[in-house]
Design a protein around this ligand. Structure first.
Ligand code: PMP
Length: 310
């Protein structure tokens, strides 16, 4: 395949099928499919979003050739936006809470971005406020704001979800995926619901996220978990939220690396823990779909890969 821009390599990721052979929790004749989004060129599902947000910004004339892109991000959206911005010749500034992995920050910088830190204690809300302030201050800047922008779910409605249906048909029993901004979950869920109104929708969060009503506190799993209910969830008939501990997510993520050669991040491990529990409670013959959002090499310095006891 010959391509003229790395942007053309985004999407069309493979679906890995797990059965009873790999995980005994999966009933015989059922399957859990994981979409390997970490194989996108920037190493995550957010390459799709970066590309879509900039295309939307240009289409709505919010971006010109001299615009600086500003965004609060835990890292992957920054990497995706940096890739898309490079293709368009634009510069980028990302506002990142300090706690997020140094590798993700180094990747953003390697792609030409400037990083501004906000204190860990202020969470993603602190990064959002700082990004809004910078956007006010800097003439000709564009703040896509993934946490509020309907283009976020739209990016997944138009790209990832149709790929799932092309590969599996409309007979997907359950869609199980992590929630950070909620963009991936709600965009894909809306598309799948149109194909099959009976589909079960399971949102995955780490302990410390508030969707199941638990108290808000910090967690080690990166990329998922919310401090506020994402605005994209209005009118979405979510079946249940699965709340997964850091230790369960980390153990599964390490198992994926050591037993299956899948070097993914901990939100993938959390998603698979929830997807296996879902498959276990469904009748034989069910098809559960989940997503592996990002690559594990961006967490090698963090507890997940440096501490077996965690
Ligand atoms: N996993 C990882 C590793 C991520 O970086 C993100 C995005 N923050 C997600 C899952 C969740 O995606 P979304 O923001 O679309 O809910």
């Amino acid at each position: 395949m010959i391509i003229r821009s790395i942007q053309a390599a985004i999407g069309n990721t493979p679906l890995l099928k797990f059965t009873h052979q790999e995980f005994k929790e999966i009933p015989e004749a059922s399957a859990v499919y994981a979409k390997l989004e970490y194989l996108n060129p920037g190493g995550s599902i957010k390459d799709r979003l970066g590309s879509y947000l900039l295309a939307e910004g240009f289409a709505q004339k919010k971006i010109t050739q001299n615009t600086t892109i500003i965004e609060p991000t835990a890292g992957n959206t920054g990497i995706g936006l940096a890739l898309a911005a490079l293709a368009a010749g634009l510069s980028t500034i990302f506002v990142v809470p300090e706690k997020f992995s140094l590798e993700k920050q180094a990747l953003m910088q390697a792609l030409g971005a400037k990083i501004i830190h906000t204190p860990t204690e202020e969470g993603i809300q602190g990064a959002i406020l700082e990004a809004k302030r910078l956007h006010q201050e800097l003439d000709d800047s564009y703040l896509p704001l993934q946490f509020e922008n309907p283009a976020n779910p739209a990016a997944y409605y138009h790209s990832l979800a149709p790929e799932l249906v092309a590969d599996l048909g409309a007979e997907i029993t359950s869609f199980v995926a992590g929630i950070g901004s909620g963009g991936t979950f709600s965009g894909v869920a809306r598309y799948l619901l149109e194909q099959n109104p009976a589909i079960r929708l399971i949102g995955v969060e780490p302990e410390g996220s508030i969707l199941n009503g638990g108290p808000s506190h910090s967690h080690e799993v990166e990329g998922i978990g919310v401090e506020f209910v994402p605005p994209f969830f209005a009118e979405l008939p979510i079946t249940a939220f699965a709340t997964i501990s850091d230790t369960a997510a980390f153990a599964m993520t390490r198992q994926l690396a050591k037993q299956h050669g899948l070097l993914v991040g901990s939100s993938s491990g959390a998603a698979l823990v929830a997807a296996l529990a879902e498959a276990a409670k469904l009748p034989a013959g069910s098809q559960v779909v989940t997503l592996f959002p990002d690559a594990g090499d961006r967490y090698l310095s963090k507890a997940i890969y440096s501490r077996e006891d965690y």
